[in-house]
Design a protein around this ligand. Sequence first.
Ligand SMILES: Cc1cc2nc3c(=O)[nH]c(=O)nc-3n(C[C@H](O)[C@H](O)[C@H](O)COP(=O)(O)O)c2cc1C
Length: 132
Amino acid sequence: MIHTICYVSSASRELKENELEKLFYNTQTNNSNANITGALLYYYGNFLQVLEGEKDTLLALFEKIKKDKRHKNIITIFNKQNEHRIFEAYKSGFSIIKTKSDLKNLNEYLNKTKDTTPFSTSVLGLLEPFLI
Ligand SMILES: Cc1cc2nc3c(=O)[nH]c(=O)nc-3n(C[C@H](O)[C@H](O)[C@H](O)COP(=O)(O)O)c2cc1C
């Protein structure tokens, strides 16, 4: 069993390109080192993040993320055990979704995995407003 957290939030203020790049870089580096898979998406002032990993590691990280002043209005959609990781086979395990084409690739990948894990369908539903 693996633990999965999924939430949406809004940026506290408009983040500059270099601030976002720093956040993306740190997130990707830290998560790869901590064996955390998932994705972080930023779109017009909103974040959507999926985190998958060992329970205690994830809960500790989520406490840190919730306190981060760069975002607010955090709505937790999923915070529980899951059968298996859905992002393990995707890219390098933890992805930053920046462009329409990143989003399209993720959408295609999740569509392929949705028969093996119902959670993929939930994430696809969340991505839908971003895909328009
Ligand atoms: C929307 C958002 C998502 C974040 N996601 C992660 C993440 O997945 N992993 C991570 O290490 N830090 C993430 N951070 C940054 C953490 O809040 C925190 O700044 C970082 O873990 C560094 O903490 P430390 O200085 O105590 O090591 C995120 C921040 C924001 C605003």
